[in-house]
Design a binder for this molecule. Structure first.
Ligand SMILES: [Zn+2]
Length: 228
């Protein structure tokens, strides 16, 4: 039965999440799939792609509670034995991420982009076999977990695409957009009441825009150009 076979994993989930919490609380969080899009090189700028190798992918998923410690350790050990399969999994993760970036940036305005992303989500979901569960979340409420029974690598993207699927089901897509700062490629979900949020983060891009508006207000008018 799934219940007895997954019981040790449940313990693993709790043990894995507790120490991660303090670190995770410092980062403003979006939906899992939106944060996943924001790991790419476009969003990260000078830092570069956060998913630089397979280990980094697993570490990111662990930090976000999408993979528990026990499973993370398992896929890392398997990656050592099957480096080509691990490399292919990383390529796959980046491919999913690119489809989700297109969905976040242009999905609300383009049926084609949305359909392509849905096809990608369904492709990943279609390859998964395992047990879906809900578990009490450390911050309260509940979280979904997925314990794959087949190919452990193939199941790694499940929580990401399920998060995107949840956003589509909840009709959140019209509220998902890219930061208004043209230099910033981060995407976010606007959860404000009025739907007028413009920046990925008020602390960075929002403040920069505010400062720029202030400078424009207080700057003296340009000196008249004198012609000889
Ligand atoms: Zn921004």
């Amino acid at each position: 039965m799934p219940l007895s076979s997954s019981a040790p994993r449940r313990g693993g989930v709790r043990a894995a999440r507790t120490p991660d919490r303090a670190q995770a609380d410092r980062v403003p969080r979006e939906r899992l799939w939106i944060d996943f899009v924001n790991t790419d090189a476009a969003a990260q700028g000078a830092t570069g792609d956060l998913l630089r190798d397979f280990d980094a992918l697993v570490a990111w998923l662990e930090e976000r509670g999408a993979v528990d410690e026990e499973r993370g350790g398992g896929v890392r050990r398997r990656a050592l034995l099957q480096p080509a399969a691990a490399a292919a999994t990383l390529v796959e993760a980046r491919r999913v991420r690119a489809a989700l970036r297109a969905l976040a940036e242009r999905g609300r305005g383009s049926d084609k982009v949305r359909d392509d992303a849905v096809a990608e989500i369904n492709r990943v979901l279609g390859r998964s076999a395992g047990t879906r569960r809900i578990e009490p979340a450390p911050e309260g409420g509940f979280t979904r977990t997925f314990v794959p029974t087949g190919d452990a690598f193939a199941g790694l993207m499940i929580p990401i695409v399920e998060s995107a699927a949840d956003s589509l089901l909840a009709a959140e897509l019209p509220r998902v957009r890219r930061c208004a700062d043209p230099r910033c490629h981060r995407v976010y979900l606007d959860a404000t009441k009025n739907g007028l949020r413009r920046w990925c983060d008020m602390g960075t891009c929002g403040n920069r825009a505010k400062a720029a508006r202030h400078r424009a207000r207080v700057a003296p008018p340009p000196a008249p150009v004198r012609r000889a």
